[in-house]
Design a protein around this ligand. Structure first.
Ligand code: AR6
Length: 184
């Protein structure tokens, strides 16, 4: 346990592959075409199986995709979860094209989906920090801030936010940020 909110809810950090960690809902770092891809998106579709893409096909047929800064929910196929929330993070262009607000909106949308679906545990990868090039530390600050804000709301069903960091460097960034902000 790394951070406990005033309401007793927790932020947990884990290093590894998000597809292996059982939760109620797993967030994915998707693209606005909801077309699948590499990185964590590829891992989620490989491990979850084709049922997830079938649901995304239906969403795409209806609404054309998902705008940057938002997310859509599907079932989780063979993953150890009930839902996948496919979040579309911003591509990093230097930080002056609204990237911080768009990234924050992604986390907020996933946490709102969690609320709607009665989710108690939700995991997140470091959205936008791979192919989309968002600097790891700046992205981590936003992720942690939005998670804390949500957990401090006593009306949310979410009890645990799990950040799953793929590599050790990202894990260390999150650890030091959580320590330095845990009193705030
Ligand atoms: N578990 C947890 N984290 C992972 C895993 C995993 N199995 N695999 C990679 N990561 P990225 P983005 C980390 O590139 O930057 C896709 O093609 C990785 O180390 O997956 O938001 C989509 O379809 C990095 O820190 O997502 C989009 O087109 C983080 O996940 C585009 O990439 C995010 O890296 C989205 O780019």
């Amino acid at each position: 346990m790394e951070y406990a909110s005033g309401t007793g809810k927790k932020i947990v950090l884990m290093q590894g592959d998000i597809t292996k960690i059982p939760v109620d809902a797993m967030a994915n770092a998707a693209n606005s075409a909801l077309a699948g891809g590499g990185g964590v998106d590829g891992a989620i579709h490989r491990a979850g199986g084709p049922a997830i893409m079938r649901e995304l096909d239906a969403i795409r047929a209806k609404s054309g995709g998902c705008p940057t800064g938002s997310a859509v929910a599907t079932g989780a196929g063979n993953l150890p979860a009930r839902y996948v929330f496919h979040a579309v993070g911003p591509v990093w262009h230097g930080g002056k094209r609204g990237e911080p607000e768009l990234l924050a909106a992604c986390y907020r949308k996933c946490l709102e989906l969690a609320r709607e679906h009665g989710v108690r545990t939700i995991s997140f990868p470091a959205i936008s920090t791979g192919v989309y090039g968002y600097p790891q530390k700046e992205a981590a600050e936003i992720a942690i801030r939005e998670a804390k804000k949500h957990l401090d709301d006593p009306s949310t069903p979410v009890e645990q936010v799990v950040f799953v960091l793929f590599d050790r460097a990202a894990d260390e960034i999150y650890r030091s940020l959580l320590q330095s902000t845990s009193g705030q």
